[in-house]
Ligand binder design. Structure first.
Ligand code: KG4
Ligand code: ZN
Length: 346
């Protein structure tokens, strides 16, 4: 079954063709990073207009490069939320028009859940080796931990009560004058520092609580930077190393506790930009007793292959919604019951 995935929830327009939920026939991502750079962040109205500009030509390029015709597409899957509403509207309206014209089902997909399926695309492991699993989305916008019994079952165990992990890396990098995105540059500087040099506060330290918290760590770093000004190279590297160890250490501790609460978990899956961090991978290998899967970054950060892959699994798992998909009668951030039902987890 060939599914076209469409993603437009933030500052990446992406289209992809995926066969049977696992074989990527083609995947294109048009990033708007340079367009938003002068503003120091994503401007929603600008993002929506950029999506509108590139989505048509991007799909044509995908079809041309993969030698696929529109008629070969069996279903269209599109990000329905969460994200910037104007940006999502562009993708949903485009997907709707296409599915309607082709007479194909249109499957609404939750972007954050789909990240996990992006991670699955990049790993060489069977479903039997992976599920049930603990799945983490650690990005600039989310720090979510799920228990998944199968590809469409998402039980949210915990999320951040304030900043996301990647967001905290970005804010600390800004405080240090290191630019955006903060994760890679903090990781690079941390290699020259000592993780034990600066004692970091532990957020949400009660063992029984799985929620994440990062704003206190950011405030602590802001105070340290002011206190030690002007920062020597040594101090900057030590602060980066100590911060990184605690930002990642918090996730490791929560995972250890989640594994204690869900001993049936066979693996841990990690998606999102922070999954690129090499120290994170090391800490997981050393301290997590089950296999941890870190996929290549192309499938960790925003893409449409993950949307198509998850769309396939929803299509297989929910034949009872076939009529709604064919009616194309739902909207972005829909209140429609069938979408709630698809996302409902026991
Ligand atoms: O998933 P992603 O590409 O975009 C969204 O947030 O949707 O994640 C970007 C985030 C940024 O906050 C960035 O600083 C962080 O991932 N990041 C890292 C690393 N590479 C990217 N954080 C820590 N270490 C890294 N090596
Ligand atoms: Zn994302």
């Amino acid at each position: 079954m060939l599914i076209l995935g469409i993603e437009s929830s933030c500052d990446e327009t992406a289209v992809a063709l995926v066969a049977d939920g696992h074989s990527v026939i083609g995947s294109l991502v048009a990033s708007q990073t340079a367009v938003h750079m002068p503003f120091g962040g994503v401007v929603p109205e600008v993002a929506a207009r950029e999506h509108l500009k590139v989505i048509g030509p991007l799909l044509q390029q995908l079809l041309r490069e993969s030698g696929t015709t529109r008629e070969q597409i069996d279903a269209v899957a599109v990000t329905q939320g969460p994200g910037l509403i104007g940006a999502i509207l562009v993708g949903v309206a485009y997907a709707k028009g296409l599915a309607l014209a082709l007479g194909r089902p249109l499957i609404p997909v939750d972007h954050v859940h789909a990240h996990i399926h992006g991670a699955m695309l990049g790993i060489k492991a069977s479903a039997q080796q992976v599920y049930p699993t603990l799945a983490l989305v650690v990005s600039g916008g989310h720090t979510n931990l799920y228990f998944m019994a199968n590809p469409t079952h998402f039980r949210l165990l915990a999320s951040s009560i304030d900043d996301a992990c990647g967001e905290c890396f970005d804010k600390v990098a800004k405080l240090l004058g290191l630019g955006y995105p903060g994760g890679p540059v903090i990781e690079a500087l941390a290699e020259y520092g000592d993780e034990r040099a600066v004692a970091m506060p532990r957020m949400v330290s009660q063992r029984s609580r799985l929620e994440f918290s990062y704003s206190g760590l950011k405030t602590f770093m802001a105070n340290q930077i002011t206190e030690h000004k002007p920062l020597s190279d040594r101090m900057r590297a030590d602060l980066c190393a100590s911060f990184q160890a605690e930002a990642l250490g918090q996730i490791i501790r929560k995972l250890q506790e989640a594994l204690r609460l869900h001993p049936e978990s066979k693996s841990v899956l990690v998606a999102g930009g922070v999954a690129a961090n090499k120290r994170f991978r090391q800490l997981m290998a050393e301290q997590i007793p089950v296999p941890a899967f870190f996929p290549p970054l192309e499938y960790c950060s925003d893409n449409a292959a993950m949307i198509a892959a998850y769309g396939f699994h929803l299509h297989q798992a929910h034949p009872e919604h076939a009529a709604q998909w064919m009616s194309h009668d739902w909207d972005a951030y829909s209140r429609y019951d069938f979408i709630k039902a698809m996302n409902a987890t026991p």
